[in-house]
Design a protein around this ligand. Structure first.
Ligand code: ATP
Length: 263
């Protein structure tokens, strides 16, 4: 059922419990995210970060509580309503070099949810694909087979595919995992640019504090299936908070505003 929520509140979660058979992954979390926010979700392995994104994506199995995303109250059967509206970028996956799809073809997949039944992509869809390829700096590789790209380039394509959807919500789950330092910094810069230029509400999950984009102004710290803390990045990125979150000393080096690298 579609219900009206406060227009600036894009995500509203109340007391959500999610479990995978006997494993309880989220143990009663509540959260509100407003339009245009850039929220980093940080915490140790198994904290429930991915499960939280899955819930927002309309794929989570809610045992208890309520979830509203983009004005839609999610139930067990209506998550597909969000499919066109929510863009999701996951960790890099290995792609078979023989995969017979070009970069352009892969980005076009992002348009499929918007094509009519039995319709192929039209001029407008090709224009959008060209635009997002330019935005992520991949125009020159548009006709290269997807399996011939480096990890960093593949993640740019994944981001382009997601933007081709014209999403209202942008979810990223460890998008820089297994990238080298330079590729990681390039992706973080790109995510920051996208947020700045498109004002897209963004949730960015990571357990690697050096992979937190500088644009991330709000942080949600998760631990043991709960939101352990929620506040400004400036307030929470301290030795004290992070050491308690990870149950070990986590000294941080503040290089410039909001960029923090564990040492
Ligand atoms: P990581 O940083 O390691 O990716 P996370 O914070 O994203 O961890 P989740 O992946 O959400 O954590 O997992 C939360 C808990 O739920 C963990 O205990 C995990 O083992 C469990 N879990 C996650 N997915 C499943 C699944 N498909 N089936 C069973 N248990 C699962």
């Amino acid at each position: 059922m579609i219900e009206n929520k406060t227009s600036s509140t894009i995500i509203e979660i109340e007391n959500a419990v999610v479990s995978y058979r006997e494993d309880v992954a989220l143990r009663g979390i509540s959260l509100r995210v407003k339009s245009g926010e850039f929220v980093g979700i940080v915490g140790p392995n198994g904290a429930g970060k991915t499960t939280l994104l899955t819930l927002v994506n309309g794929l989570g199995k809610l045992v208890q509580g309520q979830v509203h995303v983009l004005g839609c109250r999610l139930t067990s059967g209506n998550g597909h309503i969000l499919r066109k509206k929510v863009g999701y970028v996951a960790q890099m996956m290995s792609i078979d070099p023989r995969m017979p799809m070009s970069v352009h073809d892969v980005v076009m997949i992002g348009r499929y949810g918007r094509l009519g039944l039995f319709k192929g992509p039209g001029k407008h869809d090709h224009k959008i694909v060209d635009e997002v390829l330019e935005l992520v700096g991949m125009t020159h590789l548009a006709h290269r087979p997807i399996g011939h790209l480096s990890g960093g380039e593949q993640q740019r394509v994944a981001i382009a595919r997601c933007l081709a959807q014209e999403p209202q919500l942008f979810l990223l789950d460890e998008p820089t995992a297994s990238l080298d330092w330079k590729a990681k910094m390039d992706i973080l810069e790109l995510v920051k640019l996208i947020h700045k230029s498109q004002k897209l509400t963004t949730l960015f999950v990571t357990h690697d504090l050096s992979a937190l984009p500088a644009a991330c102004s709000r942080l949600i710290l998760m631990k043991d299936g709960l939101i352990w803390n929620d506040g400004s990045a400036a307030e929470l990125l301290t030795d004290d908070y992070l050491s308690k979150l990870y149950d070990m000393p986590v000294p941080v080096v503040r290089r410039h505003r909001q960029e923090v690298v564990p040492v």
